[in-house]
Design a protein around this ligand. Structure first.
Ligand code: 2RA
Length: 351
């Protein structure tokens, strides 16, 4: 029989995309249980064409479940993923709660699928969306040239902060759209936007905000440290030098990263393009003369990492500069989780 799947957080921003993906990908599941907080329990969602009633999160919803996906905040995963495991499920967690735990593999199926079998805690972690956006494109370049250092700047969409982030941006855009005074030097976006900043520390409409996550030592944001620590773990490079600056931009969905990557040997842009043309999960979009570059408006709703603007550094023949864009709710979250769960489904069916 096909394994039973539970989707915890089914009604959230990522959970909604997960339901779409489970309806469109090759079916690897018997029963699919949808689970959410008390507030959303009782709602009906459509998965694989069937109406499914959302159940409230409780220990017994995991009875008989083989694989439980968690698309919920860190503290909910930290509490409930071990409960799912104690009830016999393998947990695939999309929160930050377990990513850096040495006993929890951090799996990207295009890069390190074999690690999904080594799960001493019964938990497999899914990387942060900003890391996932770029890592699928960087891993094949690392295999070819040997990565030494990354200097990164992210351009993160508001849906990374959930539905509240999206509503906040759209409300703010409505408030500024008719205000022609904003075209003059005396225009004041803060005033036009008003007090409701939603989950962000500053207005997102007509602005960019160099901040995502929470404050950590040395002035770094948690999101910047995630890019560093998770890249090191996924690539198996504990000494990789990584400096990231994470920036929120007024885009609904689609995280982008500008990458300066230094390798151990000399590189050339056409060689890198050739590597990326054949890399799984990557689409090369690199024809600036024709106006073709990777952009969120094109990448949204698609599976691959879109890569382009590939240049060899003028000042360092071992360095490449490039731009990557991906759907932060798909490869950045739901898709990668679904791919990990599908590895488990295959494993369970074979055993
Ligand atoms: C963000 N990476 O974009 C976070 C969400 N996991 O806010």
């Amino acid at each position: 029989a096909l394994p039973t799947l539970a989707v915890v957080g089914a009604t959230g921003a990522v959970g909604t995309v997960m339901c779409e993906l489970l309806s469109s990908r090759k079916n690897m599941w018997g029963e699919i249980r949808l689970v959410a907080s008390k507030r959303s329990a009782g709602r009906t969602l459509v998965v694989r064409g069937d109406e499914v009633v959302v159940q409230e999160l409780a220990a017994d919803v995991f009875d008989g479940v083989d694989v439980a996906m968690f698309d919920v905040p860190d503290e909910v995963s930290a509490e409930w993923a071990p409960i799912a495991v104690s009830r016999g499920a393998i947990a695939v967690d999309n929160s930050g709660a377990f990513r850096m735990d040495p006993d929890v593999p951090l799996v990207v199926p295009e890069i390190n699928p074999e690690q999904s079998r080594n799960r001493p805690k019964g938990i497999i972690a899914n990387a942060n969306c900003t890391t996932l956006t770029m890592i699928v494109a960087l891993a094949p370049l690392h295999r070819e040239y040997g990565l030494k250092e990354l200097v990164l700047a992210s351009y993160q969409a508001v849906s990374g902060a959930g539905k509240d982030g999206v509503d906040t941006l759209l409300d703010q855009l409505e408030r500024v759209s008719g205000d022609r005074s904003l075209g003059s030097r005396s225009g004041n976006v803060r005033q036009a936007v008003g007090d409701d900043l939603g989950p962000f520390p500053a207005p997102l409409a007509l602005n960019v905000v160099p901040w995502a996550g929470s404050l950590r030592d040395g002035g770094w944001s948690s999101e910047e440290l995630k890019m560093r620590n998770e890249s090191r773990k996924i690539l198996g490079l504990p000494d990789l030098k990584v400096s990231a600056t994470c920036v929120r931009v007024p885009v609904v969905t689609g995280h982008s990263v500008a990458v300066h990557a230094v390798f151990g040997v000399e590189v050339d842009a056409e060689g890198a393009r050739e590597v990326l043309r054949h890399a799984p999960g990557v689409i090369l979009v690199d024809d600036p003369a024709a106006g073709e570059f990777p952009m969120p408006i094109d990448a949204v709703g698609t599976d691959p990492a879109w890569v382009g603007r590939i240049r060899r550094s003028i000042d360092d023949p071992r360095a490449l500069d490039l731009f990557v864009t991906g759907d932060n709710l798909r490869k950045g979250a739901a898709l990668n989780t679904a791919q990990i769960a599908e590895l488990l489904s295959k494993e369970l069916q074979a055993s």
